[in-house]
Design a protein around this ligand. Structure first.
Ligand code: MG
Length: 379
């Protein structure tokens, strides 16, 4: 197997999963710019070929690694195309992961997908490549892995609906006024999951859940009006499916990404993991409440973009990536993220998805719409 984004949160946990599994052999690793941890992992796992997407970091890696270093975005795609892997775990951050997802399926490997942006920006292209490849697409996102596992018990007609749970993030229960002055470090203090900065901010705005609604629509082919979101602060129930007789199947466990990672890598088998076990001898409760769509506008914006279809989810995602970057850099306030995404969706008209080049253009136009707004407000 190959791990793309090996130095991020999911990538590092995947390396731990692989180390515990005799049947898995690593043949390639990639990172954007974290050279030292990448090379350390390559040496520890006996991997002779790595890709580093930032050119300056690639040059540094080449000088420090006895094996082969492929540089730049093309190097990443070459790693995927030439690895002859059975499975590629794509844990790249953001829309940059789409080309790698397509290359994985074109190379005839199963795609274990932690890069949800691939499906949001390029869902129709990924599904077409998947159908041509005859391979499998296995979600690593915990909610979607949970739904996939529940669907194992569903008959041919499929589920009546899907329910995605959301922790609610660090700002659950707050009003819009109370969010006006929240800081970067408050947004990065996630109550239940330890993740990278971008997805943690997305969890605070609930954009992450909005992106996951689109991801679920693409993965499972369920119409938007049958995909529910419920806030569940304990993050013990990861996903549910509704059946036509009124029953619900739920997937429970302590929040630990090694479970969905391991499931995707060993599917359809299940391997032992070191995940903590849910202790049912202690009293605890599971709470569920509806999301506050007026305060957390990003969730509603994502659903609207999903329903609009075509390039709208790509625009939503690109505008959000640009806005979250600006928030992490201290250039905008928390509530500006939703306003900037809404502005980009208004400015860029949705078109049916036809090509990767078209999506790259929609992505760039959306990012430009965000930077134009930032430039105007800076004057
Ligand atoms: Mg998730």
């Amino acid at each position: 197997m190959v791990i793309l984004g090996a130095t991020g949160s999911v990538g590092r946990q995947a390396l731990d999963v692989v180390a515990g599994q005799l049947g898995l052999e690593l043949v390639g690793l990639s990172a954007r710019r974290s050279v030292e941890p990448l090379l350390e992992a390559a040496v520890a796992h006996g991997v002779g070929r790595v890709a580093v997407t930032e050119p300056a970091a690639a040059a540094r890696a080449a000088g420090a690694f006895a094996g082969e270093v492929l540089g730049g975005p093309d190097g990443l795609l070459r790693l995927v195309r030439e690895a002859e892997a059975d499975v590629v775990l794509n844990a790249v951050v953001g829309a940059a992961g789409l080309a790698a997802s397509l290359a994985t399926l074109e190379a005839g490997a199963d795609l274990a997908l932690a890069n949800k942006e691939s499906l949001i920006a390029g869902g129709p292209l990924v599904l077409a490549a998947l159908a041509r490849s005859g391979r499998r697409l296995l979600p690593v996102d915990s909610e979607h892995s949970a739904v996939l596992q529940c669907l194992g018990g569903v008959d041919g007609d499929g589920p009546e609906g899907i329910v995605l749970t959301a922790s609610g993030g660090p700002f659950r229960g707050r009003t819009t006024d109370e969010l006006a002055d929240v800081t970067r470090s408050e947004a990065l203090a996630h109550p239940t999951w330890a993740m990278g900065a971008k997805i943690t901010v997305d969890s605070a705005t609930l954009m992450n859940k909005g992106l996951e609604v689109i991801e679920a629509h693409v993965l499972f082919g369920v119409p938007y009006d049958r995909i529910e979101v419920v806030v569940h602060p304990q993050s013990i129930v990861h996903g549910l499916v509704r059946l036509r007789d009124g029953a619900l199947l739920a997937h429970l466990g302590c929040p630990d990404m090694c479970v969905p990672i391991s499931y995707a890598l060993t599917y359809p088998e299940r391997a032992a993991t070191t995940a903590p076990r849910l202790d049912l001898t202690q009293a605890f409760s599971l709470d569920f409440e509806p999301p506050d769509l007026d305060t957390f506008r990003c969730l509603a914006l994502a659903r609207e973009a999903g329903e609009a279809g075509g390039t709208a989810p790509c625009v939503l995602n690109a505008a959000n990536e640009a806005a979250v970057d600006a928030f992490l850099d201290g250039r905008i306030r928390f509530l500006d993220i939703a306003a900037l995404v809404a502005g980009a969706l208004e400015r860029v008209a949705a078109e049916p998805v036809v090509s990767l080049a078209q999506l790259a253009e929609a992505d760039a136009t959306a990012r430009a719409a965000v930077s134009d707004r930032l430039a105007v407000s800076a004057r």
